[in-house]
Design a protein around this ligand. Structure first.
Ligand code: MGD
Ligand code: MGD
Ligand code: SF4
Ligand code: MO
Length: 677
């Protein structure tokens, strides 16, 4: 029997392309939708097309594992309850930590936060979004008073004359998005000549970790050439003078010395921006994942403000959020310092509101906990958590200096992992809980535009598998709480929880999302139209003005030297997703991207005696990894690139953190490269 196609969205990235899922006998069939603006032309990337493969039994988990052996839900949950009771009695509430993910639905993320704050009473919760766009979030909060990745619909991009992409390789990371960029001329800032850079009218190729100097150099030119939008700056911003003064010292030749980008190319970029009537500046992980990521994004926002772009119709600044629910995941309480609705956990009014929704005394709600990397670093240490409940992340592959992390996870009193596959991290767990997948449950996701979307259940999960909400329900029951696992009911509570907060979902219902193909937050009432462009009239700051914030360039936390003379930067390839836990189990994708590799320039390769296809060893102060050499003239001579989809790249990376966002410096560290024996 064939079931009618169910309208839903892709399991992977923040573009959340629309797709339908139907069954033809035992086969699950995916087709693109054309009613979702992100991929309205019916495009999907290879990951989207092949997403059904992991729904089949085989590669996925279908039974709980206790000490690595198949077990029952009853025995596994009872085991966890008993272990948690003992650990909490000995070490207190903060003895147990929770780690979440930006792939979870809003409902699951919300209940995971509630599990931590209400059922466990622990302050120790954070999530992998800290590794993703937290620097851009911090910078946007500082400048605009609100972090909504793109504060405009994606479709607005098509009307621009120029789009500057700083550290985003959208041709590989969000391929259908490129269709929105065929009109504008592109300026791409990337140390590599990526498929995206190949589409650009102008490619600026800075050394990793020098975007801040580049943005200051561009701002210097904008000021020096009288291109500042004076009227906009006077009417809509504050703090311009101090920022203009700080850019004064960044004449283009100085910026060239730091970045390696020729001053003439910076002048061309400014000419392009000058001639544009409508323009956007967008940042991705390349600019953000640095120990100075917040200041780097701030420098690009300052540039956008000087040009008069943010909060106007047809121009703007935006951050390209990465994970499927990276945006919603940071709004509803998985972050160490946040309560649902994008509220601050140290704000007494926010605590009072959430305590009322949860029916508890505000005094019992914990305060801010450790950020992701600090939390992972503290595991098992004196004063650190002794148990970890982990949902939807694979940090053994994706966290910086991952070698040390695996040791800390092994040393825990209790590690519980809820996942759809036996990931590298799940393989270390005392208890593994098999989770249902995207197509097997209802739930909402908030895409990179702040558009709240509906994922629909198209098939039943296999026997033995439970949804994240059911798993959280089971864990909460073991702690004496009776919670719903019904996505509709949980969304209803989330709406009340978010009401009055920055990310207000109070007026969003499943029926509205279905009828309108998504609703933009904030949406405080059911008769409110939602907010596609939140900054058109005013910014979310107390005085309604966007803030220029002066920032200064500084070198990466680890500079190259004689022992480690080459920059390593890391990122993504089209056919693999994140830690690869899902996509490495899909045949067509492993065929397209079968193994870890390191990209190096022909000059560097020659100097090291390395040929294409050679096995090379890359060493940093933190560890070493082997990979196959790919020789390409598209990369800078002083830089090598490794994707992080396989275990290895992150044995090398530097866990140095941004002081504000606590984002690790994934995008630059110092390495040595040698031919493996
Ligand atoms: N295929 C695929 N798509 C994905 C994902 C995936 O894993 N695979 N993950 C999703 C997620 S969670 C995210 S966050 C997004 C990320 O999307 P992107 O930000 O596009 O991805 P990255 O490859 O991490 O980084 C982008 C580019 O930054 C460049 N770069 C490195 N260092 C620097 C630097 O110092 N300055 C500048 N300007 N550029 C630099 C890299 O060369 C790379 O080409 O992708 C999403 N989409
Ligand atoms: N070197 C380097 N490291 C990086 C980055 C980089 O650019 N360079 N980028 C960073 C970024 S931007 C990100 S976002 C992180 C991501 O890194 P991770 O947090 O490791 O992300 P994933 O690999 O997506 O892990 C998700 C896990 O959850 C499982 N899963 C999928 N769906 C569900 C579900 O619905 N429920 C449950 N319970 N589990 C599910 C998957 O099988 C997988 O094991 O990596 C970061 N690490
Ligand atoms: S671009 Fe992102 S959302 Fe679209 S099909 Fe690919 S992975 Fe899925
Ligand atoms: Mo990400």
């Amino acid at each position: 029997m064939n079931d009618a196609p169910v309208k839903t969205h892709c399991p992977y990235c923040a573009l959340q392309c629309g797709m339908t899922v139907s069954t033809r006998g035992a086969e699950v069939v995916i087709a693109p939708r054309t009613d979702v603006p992100a991929n309205a032309e019916g495009a999907l990337c290879q990951k989207g097309w092949t997403a059904a493969e992991l729904l089949k039994p085989g590669a996925r988990l279908t039974t709980p594992l206790l000490y690595g052996r198949p077990s029952t839900w009853q025995a596994s949950l009872a085991h966890v309850a008993g272990r948690l009771a003992g650990i909490r009695a000995e070490h207190g509430s903060d003895g147990v930590a929770v780690f979440g993910g930006g792939g979870l639905t809003n409902e699951s993320a919300y209940h995971l936060g509630k599990l931590a704050r209400v059922a466990l009473g622990t302050s120790q919760i954070d999530y992998n979004g800290r590794f993703c766009m937290s620097s851009a979030a911090a910078a946007a909060n500082r400048a605009f008073g609100l972090d909504r990745g793109l504060p405009f619909p994606l479709t607005d991009l098509a009307g621009a004359d120029v789009v500057l992409l700083a550290g985003a390789n959208v041709a590989e990371t969000m391929p259908p998005l490129v269709r929105h960029l065929t009109g504008p001329r592109l300026i791409v800032v990337d140390p590599r000549q990526t498929p995206t850079a190949k589409l650009a009218a102008l490619h600026l190729q800075p050394a990793p970790g020098t975007d801040l100097a580049l943005a200051l150099g561009l701002l210097h030119l904008v000021v020096a050439e009288g291109l500042v939008d004076q009227e906009y700056v006077a009417a809509r911003t504050s703090g311009f003078e101090a920022v203009a003064a700080s850019a004064g010292a960044w004449w283009p030749e100085r910026a060239e010395r730091v970045t390696g980008v020729p001053a003439a190319r910076m002048r061309s970029a400014v000419q392009m921006l000058k001639s544009a009537d409508k323009a956007y500046i967008l940042t991705g992980r390349g600019a953000e994942q640095h120990a100075k990521g917040t200041d780097t994004v701030t420098a690009f926002i300052n540039l956008a403000l000087a040009l008069g772009l943010p909060g106007t119709h047809g121009s703007g600044y935006g951050c390209l959020t990465g994970q499927g629910n990276g945006q919603g995941g940071r709004e509803h309480g998985q972050k160490a310092d946040q309560l649902p609705g994008y509220r601050r956990i140290d704000d007494p009014a926010a605590r009072e509101h959430m305590a009322a929704v949860w029916g508890v005394d505000p005094a019992v709600l914990p305060g801010p906990g450790r950020s992701a990397q600090e939390l992972l670093d503290a595991l098992g240490t004196a004063g650190g958590p002794k148990a970890l409940l982990l949902f939807g992340s694979n940090p053994v592959v994706s966290a910086p200096r991952s070698g040390a992390l695996a040791e800390r996870l092994r040393g825990l009193d209790l590690l519980v992992v809820a996942d759809v596959v036996l990931s590298e991290t799940a393989a270390l767990a005392e208890v593994v809980l098999p989770a249902a997948q995207w197509a097997e449950q209802d739930g909402t996701m908030t895409n990179l535009e702040g558009r709240v979307l509906l994922r629909r259940r198209a098939l039943a999960p296999p026997e033995g598998v439970r949804t994240d909400l059911e798993i959280i329900q089971g864990l909460a029951a073991g702690l004496g709480h009776a919670w719903s696992a019904d996505p509709d009911e949980v969304f209803g509570e989330l709406r009340r929880a978010s009401a009055g907060g920055l990310a207000d979902y109070a007026g969003i219902t499943h029926a509205r999302i279905a009828a309108e193909t998504g609703v933009f937050w904030p949406c405080p009432a059911e008769d409110h139209p939602g907010t596609p462009r939140p900054f058109l009239d005013r910014f979310a700051t107390p005085d309604g003005r966007a803030r220029f914030v002066p920032v200064e360039h500084r070198p990466p936390a680890e500079e190259i030297d004689e022992d480690y003379p080459v920059h390593l930067t890391t990122g993504r390839v089209l056919a693999q997703y994140q830690s690869g836990a899902q996509t490495r189990r899909i045949a067509a994708l492993t065929e397209a991207a079968p193994e870890p590799f390191v990209e190096l320039h022909p000059d560097l390769a020659e100097q090291l005696g390395i040929g294409p296809g050679d096995l090379v060893r890359v060493l940093s102060r933190r560890g070493s990894a082997e990979a196959v050499a790919r020789i390409t003239a598209g990369i800078r001579r002083d830089t090598v690139f490794m994707p992080f989809h396989w275990e290895g790249a992150n044995r090398l990376t530097n866990p140095a953190l941004d002081p504000g966002s606590r984002m690790p410096e994934f995008k630059v560290c110092a390495v040595r490269v040698e031919k493996a024996a």
